[in-house]
Design a protein around this ligand. Structure first.
Ligand SMILES: Nc1ncnc2c1ncn2[C@@H]1O[C@H](COP(=O)(O)OP(=O)(O)OP(=O)(O)O)[C@@H](O)[C@H]1O
Ligand SMILES: N[C@@H](CCO)C(=O)O
Length: 321
């Protein structure tokens, strides 16, 4: 359960009184997520999500995330909208943290995506990229190749606690990726964390996307690689080519991939695996005392990284220019 910061009733009622949302009727900590503290809020005006932004979200980036939601919603991407308070401001402070209220989206996330879900995701991801193409703000990806070594270094000595040989493997992979990381691919705003828990479905249709707090300006094909890792493996972390093909084909129908994006795809898939291996590894070793959170298993992403290391070129993913 991701609640790092507890909010007491009096503070919450005072915070809510700065909004036109009527009285507080219910507030519950949310059992999913690992990054921020999230509460389900029910007020006289309906259902909302209250988010208190935690460790990985820099306060200076919040206007980027909140404006992005407004930009996307205005272009037909269903996503939460930040709620403005009586002073017309969406960002506040609660319990010592930056905090915002966003609108509640109907839908549920699928735990075991099928190929049809992957295809729906591929279309939605391409639409997200196209809708964000004229978003004026920029935010560098702090968790791209230049951020991985500094992330790993402070806890590198504990790698054997998580998996035998992990330290050496990460070191070698960092060297490999730093030497080959593509820097000039078609870029724009990407979601960068579009895992199944951040995509809502109603029936077999996507009803909305959430959790834009890793969104940044980076290569579109890198976002696609993140999704391939998160959606196209089975519960034993084995790659499922038919799901990969469903995702990639649906994406390419909406936004064709350039030859250089295809050529770079195996490297991007390795980088996408290493990125989540590293953040999960760091979180696994550093659960804050008192936090209600279930850290995610870094070894899942070790298995995915190994798979991509075995890919000779993009044909492994069924990609050809
Ligand atoms: N706008 C929304 N409408 C409905 N439910 C939401 C909304 N935003 C968040 N939730 C619920 O809260 C949960 C956690 O939200 P979110 O994914 O933003 O948290 P997080 O800590 O950033 O998670 P993650 O680990 O995916 O980064 C979601 O899985 C979902 O159940
Ligand atoms: N989606 C991430 C957690 C939130 O950033 C993961 O599964 O590691």
């Amino acid at each position: 359960m991701a609640v790092y910061t507890q909010v007491d009733d009096e503070e919450l009622i005072a915070f809510l009184s700065t909004y036109d949302l009527g009285p507080l009727l219910a507030c519950k900590g949310i059992a999913e997520g690992v990054e921020n503290s999230n509460y389900y809020l029910h007020t006289g005006a309906g259902s909302f999500i209250l988010t208190l932004y935690e460790k990985r979200v820099a306060e200076v980036d919040l206007p980027f995330f909140l404006s992005l939601m407004e930009h996307l919603a205005a272009r037909g991407v269903t996503c939460p909208l930040p709620v403005k308070n009586k002073a017309g401001v969406a960002l506040g402070r609660l319990a010592g943290r930056p905090a915002a209220i966003i609108t509640f989206l109907d839908g549920y996330s699928v735990q075991h995506p099928e190929a049809a879900h992957c295809a729906a995701l591929g279309s939605a991801l391409a639409e997200f990229h196209l809708a964000g193409a004229d978003f004026a703000l920029r935010r560098a990806n702090a968790l791209s190749v230049d951020g991985w070594r500094p992330l790993f270094a402070p806890c590198a000595s504990r790698a054997e606690e998580v998996a035998s040989g992990l330290g050496a493997l990460v070191e070698a992979e960092l060297g490999h990726l730093e030497a080959r990381w593509p820097r000039d691919l078609p870029s724009g705003v990407i979601h960068a964390d579009l895992f199944p828990d951040n995509v809502f479905f109603l029936g077999d249709r996507i009803s909305g996307l959430i959790d834009f707090y890793f969104a940044c300006t980076d290569a579109y094909a890198y976002d696609l690689a993140i999704c391939l890792n998160a959606w196209c493996f089975d519960a034993e972390h084995r790659y499922e080519p038919e799901k990969g093909a469903a995702l990639l084909d649906a994406y390419r129908r909406r936004r064709p991939l350039a030859a250089e994006e295809i050529a770079a795809f195996p490297t991007l898939a390795r980088g996408a695996a290493l990125r989540f291996l590293l953040t999960r590894y760091v979180d696994w070793l550093n659960v804050p005392p008192g936090a209600l959170v279930r850290p995610k298993d870094p070894r899942e992403y070790l298995a995915k990284l190994r798979l991509h290391q075995s890919a000779v070129d993009a044909r492994f993913y069924g990609l050809a220019s």
